[in-house]
Design a protein around this ligand. Structure first.
Ligand SMILES: [Zn+2]
Ligand SMILES: [Zn+2]
Ligand SMILES: [Zn+2]
Ligand SMILES: [Zn+2]
Ligand SMILES: [Zn+2]
Ligand SMILES: [Zn+2]
Ligand SMILES: [Zn+2]
Length: 754
């Protein structure tokens, strides 16, 4: 129960609605109570909330795993594939958990299967293997990717790739020249001729009056003495002698050797040789594994591995981190130039590349809302890639328009077609781009900081102006009775008596509001909700009880009253402050009425009606943060300072690795230290401790001590016993480790005390 086979990003909760007969909440109160659910994306998690702002389900990408199947013959149906998989695995896969696609211009299909179980992919690979035959076709199975969703769009972190580089096999030669060639020879040392794709390295070894000897390195193993002689300037040498050579043979065989070493570390999805045409002495390949653990293992096991007999015959293996991001076309068009600048800067400073893939949506070529551009950020150093990624994300987010109090501008006017001419004028006058984000109801501004600020000020003025506009709501045969039977009173108490008037004549029935678009929307919402019998009843009770009712928080007659289904009435501000100060023990939030005896859970719909948008969102935010913090055995925040991602702790002795999609750090989810593949948590801790012990011994040997004030390591320099800490600047007497504010104080102390 709970999660959806469509993947963690499915926005529906799939939790069965409680039936009316066995819901305990239902029987305790007589009012009709609707259970509500809402979902938010928090970091990379999908969080479902239930009544009282309590957390019902947290779904993380790591709770799922996926399998990709390639080269499936066209005639295999989803049903046939389902049967095929169910016969061979312990999982009960249903056809709707399989996505199948035709591969263009072939007779083949690919399938992607995501299951709400992190062990699924490994299980399938273990039971079926990576290659299997279906209808005489060789089908390939590999681990699939689970995408990440963040506020700035979707991104995919790829931590399973490595870069392998090695020197091609080489041989060296010694070349002798007899007497009689002075003059041409010194030039040879500065000469770097090319031969068979190699740039030769020539050094002068010895020169006497009878002969001169040169040593030549980096010669391709297929080179002949005749070829070598042909490219040397001047008269032919008197003798050429082959020197050290790597054993083994062709470049192809060496590549095969490296590849098989890499394959022993895990399932390979891809192997691409990168050809450097300027110097064929170096070979480079990019290998992509099915999972990040294999990549990390390959780096620890294979980096610096010997490939041949020469000291230079070693393999270099390093990580490649890459992140794919999808950017909506209209935002990409705005940030194109700054992105280009960032790309050049990040390559020069960090060796992090940004590659842009033109990727148009052929189905909707005219609709820029549905067009996405893919970019890939890649590099070898995780922290640099993470830094560039957050720069790109900042660029994408733009500046969210806020008023002078820092509150987000959310007036519905800006999101309706009637507001478009105003937005167009704003763009033209301020030279900014304005993108109304309809999902999050915020306005994103892009442009030079000065222009963005000007646009923000104009928007703020417009909001003030919109707050005093005249809106007329016509009442029909449905809403008019609602307005009469308490609805209008409710509107007056929520929006303010002075702002609304109801006009009723024989021909027109209307409510006139002098106020903002938001208030107009709220007015409509109140009347709409009054159409339901239960809420209509609520208005009536409010009419009758007003005057005798006290707010359960402040014990005075409620101001801007919000009535709950349990019939208790709160001041709007009292309820808001209760929600803002809630901690994990208060959640699920319940009614404080009857001196706390009421205890009825406040539903999400009640809370969202009673609170402002910002208050409601920060309540949900507070609830999840408190939930994570109060459950250290279940969830932890990413250990990187300031990183807001969290992960699920390993439930057993088989730790999983959490690869953070924000800061790209890899953490063991059992001991919460840096990932330690192939080592138990205890062994890893012991190794770290040995490191500390060795450091302690080294410190003793080198008279390195910790600063008494800030604990930074300080190494004693020559002679003087007055030291100053580089980290905190405190002055220290090295005899007794007392600390002082300045140097003269220290000398005073040393003269008197020692
Ligand atoms: Zn109150
Ligand atoms: Zn109550
Ligand atoms: Zn992190
Ligand atoms: Zn561990
Ligand atoms: Zn000194
Ligand atoms: Zn210090
Ligand atoms: Zn001292």
């Amino acid at each position: 129960m709970g999660r959806c086979v469509k993947g963690y990003h499915c926005l529906y909760s799939h939790i069965p609605e409680p039936s009316s007969s066995n819901d305990p909440k239902q029987s305790s109160t007589d009012t009709i109570k609707s259970t509500t659910q809402t979902t938010r994306i928090v970091g990379s998690a999908t969080v479902s909330y239930e009544d009282g702002a309590a957390i019902s389900v947290i779904s993380l990408p790591s709770d799922f795993s996926a399998v990709s199947i390639a080269n499936i013959p066209r005639r295999v149906s989803i049903e046939e594939l389902t049967v095929f998989l169910n016969e061979r695995t312990d999982f009960r896969i249903t056809p709707d958990s399989i996505q199948m696609k035709f591969v263009p211009a072939t007779d083949l299909k690919t399938a992607h299967i995501t299951m709400p179980d992190p062990t699924f992919a490994n299980h399938v690979l273990q039971k079926i293997g990576t290659v299997v035959t279906m209808h005489e076709s060789t089908v390939q199975i590999s681990k699939g990717q689970i995408g990440g969703v963040s506020a700035a769009g979707s991104n995919r972190v790829q931590l399973a790739s490595i870069s392998c580089s090695w020197h091609q096999l080489t041989r060296a030669a010694n070349v002798w020249y007899g007497e009689g060639h002075p003059g041409v020879l010194p030039a040879l040392s500065n000469h770097r001729p090319r031969l068979n794709g190699r740039i030769l390295d020539i050094h002068l070894v010895a020169s006497t009056h009878t002969h001169t000897m040169y040593h030549i390195d980096n010669i391709d193993t297929t080179t002949t003495k005749w070829q070598l002689m042909g490219i040397l300037p001047g008269p032919p040498p008197t003798m050429i002698q082959w020197a050290a050579a790597s054993q083994g043979s062709t470049a192809k065989q060496l590549e095969e050797k490296v590849r098989s070493m890499v394959e022993q570390q895990g399932t390979l999805i891809d192997w691409v040789m990168e050809v450097d045409t300027t110097d064929t002495a170096k070979a480079k390949a990019i290998a992509k594994f099915a999972d990040p653990e294999a990549a990390r293992r390959a780096i620890t096991k294979l980096n610096q591995a010997q490939l041949g007999n020469l000291p230079t015959d070693v393999l270099h293996v390093s990580a490649i981190v890459s992140i794919k991001m999808s950017i909506s076309q209209r935002i990409f068009d705005i940030i194109k130039q700054p992105l280009r600048d960032l790309s050049a800067r990040s390559w020069n400073e960090y060796h992090v590349g940004i590659k842009v893939y033109a990727n148009s949506n052929k189905k909707y070529p005219q609709d820029s809302d549905r067009l996405y551009t893919q970019i890939r950020i890649f590099g070898q150093e995780k922290r640099f890639v993470a830094r560039v990624k957050s720069s790109v994300e900042e660029m994408l987010a733009g500046h969210i328009a806020v008023d002078n109090d820092g509150k987000q501008i959310t007036d519905p006017f800006f999101f309706k077609t009637s507001g478009l001419p105003f937005i167009d004028d704003l763009k033209r006058i301020c030279k900014v781009t304005v993108v109304p984000d309809n999902y999050k109801t915020v306005l994103r501004l892009y442009g030079e900081p000065f222009n963005v600020e000007a646009a923000r000020r104009i928007l703020t003025e417009k909001v003030a102006q919109l707050a005093t506009q005249t809106h007329v709501l016509l009442l029909d045969h449905k809403t008019f009775p609602v307005a009469l039977r308490g609805g209008f009173r409710h509107i007056m108490s929520r929006i303010g008596k002075e702002k609304v008037t109801m006009r009723v004549t024989s021909s027109i029935k209307e409510i006139v509001l002098i106020g903002s678009e938001n208030e107009f929307d709220e007015m409509q919402r109140i009347l709409q909700s009054g159409l339901h019998q239960s809420l209509e009843n609520q208005f009536d009770t409010l009419n009758i009880d007003e005057g005798e009712v006290l707010c359960p928080v402040c014990w005075t007659p409620p101001e801007g009253p919000s009535k709950m289904t349990c019939n208790h009435v709160y001041c709007r501000s009292c309820l808001a402050s209760q929600c803002a100060s809630a901690t994990s023990t208060d959640i699920p939030l319940s009614c404080l009425g009857d001196s706390g005896a009421c205890n009825t859970t406040l539903t999400l719909s009640e809370l969202s009606r009673a609170l402002s948008r910002d208050e409601y969102e920060s309540l949900l935010d507070l609830s999840i943060k408190d939930y994570i913090k109060s459950r250290p055995a279940e969830f932890r925040y990413c250990p990187t300072p300031d990183c807001s991602r969290f992960y699920r702790c390993s439930p057993n002795a088989h730790p999983r690795i959490f690869d953070c999609d924000a800061c790209l750090a890899s953490t063991c989810t059992l001991c919460h230290q840096d990932a330690h593949d192939g080592q138990s948590c205890e062994d890893a801790a012991a190794a770290a401790l040995i490191g500390e012990k060795e450091f302690a011994k080294w410190k003793k040997d080198h008279d390195v001590r910790d600063c008494p004030k800030c604990s930074a390591a300080i190494e004693k320099n020559e002679g003087c016993n007055h030291m100053q800490c580089v980290a905190c600047g405190v002055h220290i007497c090295w005899f007794c480790m007392k600390t002082f504010e300045d140097g003269s104080e220290t000398y005073g102390h040393m003269e008197t005390a020692h």
